[in-house]
Design a protein around this ligand. Sequence first.
Ligand code: DGY
Length: 326
Amino acid sequence: MNDPQNARKPKILVTRRFPDAVMARAARDYDATFHDDSTLLSGDALVRACEGQDGLFFSPTEKLTAEVIAGLPESVKVAATFSVGVDHVDLEAARARGLKVGNTPDVLTDATADIALLLMLGAARRAYEGERMVREERWYGWSPTEMLGIHMSGKRLGILGMGRIGQAVARRARGFDMEIHYHNRSRLSPDLEAGATYHESPDDLLKVSQFLSINAPATKENHHFLNAERIALLPERAVVVNTARGTLVKDEDLIAALRSGRIAAAGLDVFEGEPKINPVYKDLSNCFLLPHMGSATEETRDAMGFKALDNLDAFFAGKPLPAEVA
Ligand code: DGY
């Protein structure tokens, strides 16, 4: 970075314990204050912790609401989130305040798409039930009719949100001989579509989706997108997976459909209100549940941290952020 000898290093608040290599680079290049990871910073505490800082290196667990942004000291001019999702940031408020915000697209695409496939397989093939049966010594030997799941090959996969991650899910699902359908704000070019069928309306996508993968970013418009009315559009005994954000699903409605068998199984990595998820999910054996670990590989988390630091480096060098969202 452009940091002549003796020039003061920019001061940044690092809100979480990020991977070691990321922390080392932050410590090398910045006058960094590292927040102890034992508590999460929010509201006034987050604002107070920003006192005297020039920038912020934060994660989805720190909410940059309009109030927090309004309270930030004038000195804080840039905020780099360790995530591709930016639903924890009020981007309008950031723009109005002149706070630059950067995120970490691309580097977590493959890891997240891998988890979507794991959820599809885990839900459709009853991985949770099987695992438990083995560990609890309730497995009495191979059986022609036990633990029958749903076949993925030849099924229609509907992808809601065909951005980078949706496309990577499609590529993987083709390897399972699935037929790809999608809805996206805009239709992809034929080379990116790669034979997938575009549905202009999300409801039309639901009607054909024997498997549904939610890959759209959370917005005000798609809050509780998957509700009882939309579940009723899905084919009987569909499988639903979500690696995007929990707010796209209305939990009570999905739970009711999982209980009745209208939805055969769900694979969920993200939840509304996480980590305090709707407790009923834990009682449903047709749910395969993961703790928001889509991007959780060593390589990916390092790459996310470096990308967040690239955003800060660019800002303090007077350049545009490589991944600027506000
Ligand atoms: C993101 O980057 O938005 C993920 O959900 C966090 O891994």
